[in-house]
Design a protein around this ligand. Structure first.
Ligand code: WTA
Length: 656
């Protein structure tokens, strides 16, 4: 395989800032190096020690790792625990009245939920669903808005050993229906409506449309509804009941189900390269350990933090860094119901100021859209409470990274760019902010105990500057265990069996390491272009475009080309209004020149199309597959109803 040419020449490097380092858990590079060394010398012992320290066990384990070092893994197998006890009960001593969740509603109303209240609500709800027949191992689909009760529902399942599968509340009927069918869920937990950005979303109605009219024909026997807006909804007798009917008269104590470390905790669906979503299965102890350690290592969790992860609970980020990680370490976290720019473009910054947020974790797509709505806006808010900023979900362009650090973090806050996946359960490659120097656009180095590498297709390790496949060489505790109901797809999809006889976890991302071993993620493997025999990561071209003054956002795809193999097509969102006619051709030409200057003629887009936005999933990922079809002039036959903004496709098609 020809190596992917790294064309990103980023030389800026920032040491961990003072005074951040003074109070950091891991204060210097030497401490990080010592942890890495400990894990290198005694890999399963390293994890076993952490698991004993960080998890509250009902019965301690004796076996750290058992598996074949290829596709089968168990961690702490004979240990017994309950995840909800780790997230709630163990904080009920000194911290029972500590706020667990500060809830900021779409309309600005605030509620504070203490650990004690969370514990009582979880127990009552757990007793309620048990009474409805939900038992250990049963699947429960949760289709709820961002609300403390979404976390209550998840932890209540964990309390009684039921497997939750959260479906993002922005998904439509078909997506919900498919997921209910694939899990064989017995219960759906939902709300009458969700409220986001001043608009209501009819969740219960979507649930009704996703379930058969005759309950007998469905695996789902009960639908529980939280009232959010008091909207008039239809209730099916015998099947549907309100949250308060379910919990009425239930005791606020519920004995936790003793769970094995390897018992399933949840299933979460994620899209694969083919159409059918994959139900990623995570188990109990290993997942929890990953969530706890990354809270401490990467977010440098301190007991007085106000932690805000903006991700929805429908995504893995909302599982690990809303429902489980912050709760397991006993943090105070903010849950926000609304959108970044409603009712005004400064809403995020207003919320940071109002609740004195210390740790802010969001996605590059949100950062770029905030840059677009007003570069100077954060300066009109008091952001002095912030001490750490994080980014997740896609490569962050160096220019966006610098803006984040300078304008939001006021050069005081380290920026942690965290690489991980639904499948990895928790952070994999990310800086320990008190210990590692950061470079804009690089997720830096693997966490201690994670052995990441860049290899070619035969599994041979590549050197600095040589792009290739990102792999993880050894198993780790929070790794997925299988794809629900499709073990074969799991075994086929995720592993590279190298010539050396070793098997690696294959991330499907391409990456390159620099001379200092820092990882630079170049994008999904299917985002790699081949132009005139050169393999280029789309990310690098996009970064160059975004670095140009007039550009807010850009996505680059390839279309087949007789001459060069593939030709680059760039979709560009300008800062101001979309140019048309002569102005459009002129801007396109300027951008082509810009990329030529920045990267080289090889990366010059053949075609540039302008739009007011890009087609995105509800989690903000650019749908490059659709852009590729538009670039090729082909019809889009797949379902586009799960897009955030389906109408943009028409505009882009006509933009030539
Ligand atoms: C991408 C989200 C670059 C990557 C936690 C990965 C990133 C996919 C980063 C997983 C990052 C995530 N830099 N790329 N910091 N974080 N990705 O399953 O392509 O929704 O494979 O998990 O997002 O997306 P997922």
């Amino acid at each position: 395989m020809p190596t992917i040419e790294s064309i990103l020449h980023e030389t800026r490097c920032f040491e961990p800032p003072h005074p951040f380092t003074e109070n950091a858990r891991i204060k210097d590079r030497a401490t990080y190096d010592a942890l890495v060394e400990e894990a290198t010398q005694d890999w399963d012992g390293f994890w076993a020690r952490r698991a004993r320290e960080e998890i509250t066990w009902i019965t301690p384990f004796t076996k750290p790792y058992r598996g074949d070092h290829a596709t089968r893994h168990t961690w702490f197998e004979d240990g017994v625990l309950n995840a909800s006890v780790n997230c709630l009960d163990r904080h009920l001593g000194a911290h029972r009245h500590k706020p667990a969740i500060i809830f900021e509603g779409d309309d600005g109303a605030t509620e504070i939920w203490s650990y004690l209240r969370m514990h009582q609500e979880v127990c009552r709800f757990a007793n309620g669903i048990k009474e409805k027949g939900i038992q250990r191992g049963d699947r429960v689909v949760i289709y709820m808005p961002m609300h403390p009760r979404a976390v209550v529902a998840m932890l209540a399942c964990a309390r009684i050993g039921a497997i939750h599968s959260v479906v993002f509340a922005g998904f439509s009927t078909k997506a919900l229906k498919d997921r209910i069918a694939d899990t064989g869920a017995k219960m759906v937990i939902t709300a009458d409506e969700a409220v986001r950005g001043g608009k209501t979303i009819p969740l219960k109605q979507t649930v009704d449309l996703s379930l058969p009219k005759i309950t007998k024909k469905s695996s789902v026997k009960t639908v529980v509804i939280m009232r959010r807006t008091q909207a008039d909804i239809s209730m099916k007798p015998g099947r549907d009941l309100f949250w308060e009917e379910l919990t009425h008269g239930q005791p606020d104590i519920c004995p936790p189900e003793p769970m094995g470390s390897e018992d399933p905790l949840f299933i979460l669906y994620t899209s694969g390269s083919t159409g059918k979503p994959k139900g990623i299965l995570h188990t109990t102890a290993g997942y929890l350990l990953g969530a706890i350690l990354s809270m401490k290592w990467v977010f440098d969790y301190q007991s007085d933090d106000i932690f805000w992860c903006t991700a929805d609970v429908g995504w893995i980020t909302g599982h690990t860094y809303v429902a489980y990680g912050p709760m397991a370490v006993g943090a105070t976290q903010l849950i926000f119901e609304g959108t970044p720019t409603h009712p005004h473009a400064g809403r995020f910054w207003e919320v940071v100021e109002k609740h004195r947020v210390t740790t802010f974790y969001t996605a590059p797509t949100a950062i770029r859209s905030l840059i677009k709505t007003g570069k100077e806006l954060p300066k009109s808010y008091n952001l002095s409470s912030l001490r750490l900023l994080g980014s997740v979900g896609e490569p962050i362009n160096p220019e966006a990274w610098i803006w984040y650090k300078e304008t939001v973090g006021e050069n005081r806050c380290p920026v942690v760019d965290t690489w991980w996946q639904t499948e990895t359960g928790s952070h994999m490659i990310a800086p320990l902010p008190g210990a590692l120097a950061t470079k804009p656009g690089s997720c830096t180095l693997p966490l201690p105990g994670i052995f990441a590498s860049v290899v070619d297709e035969t599994g041979h390790e590549l050197g600095p500057g040589q792009g290739g496949l990102l792999v993880i060489k050894k198993p780790w505790p929070s790794q997925l265990r299988t794809i629900w109901g499709d073990d074969e797809r799991y075994r086929k999809n995720y592993f590279l069996h190298g010539e050396s006889g070793k098997s690696f976890y294959l991330a499907s991302d391409s990456a390159v390491r620099d001379e200092e071993g820092y990882f630079w993620i170049m994008g999904r493997m299917d985002d790699v272009l081949t132009v005139s025999g050169h393999r280029l990561g789309t990310m690098e071209i996009e970064s160059s475009l975004v670095a140009s003054p007039g550009v807010a956002e850009a996505a680059v795809v390839a279309r087949p080309d007789d001459l060069t193999g593939e030709a680059i097509v760039a979709f560009v969102v300008p800062h101001g209004a979309c140019p048309t006619g002569q102005a459009a051709s002129q801007m396109a030409e300027e951008l082509r020149q810009w990329v030529t200057q920045e990267i080289g003629a090889i990366a010059k887009p053949r075609e540039i199309r302008f739009g007011d936005n890009l087609p995105k999933t509800r989690s903000g990922k650019i749908m490059r597959r659709l852009l590729r079809l538009i670039a090729k002039g082909e019809a889009i036959s797949q379902d586009t109803s799960t897009l955030e903004n389906p109408a943009i496709l028409e505009q882009l098609k006509e933009s030539l």
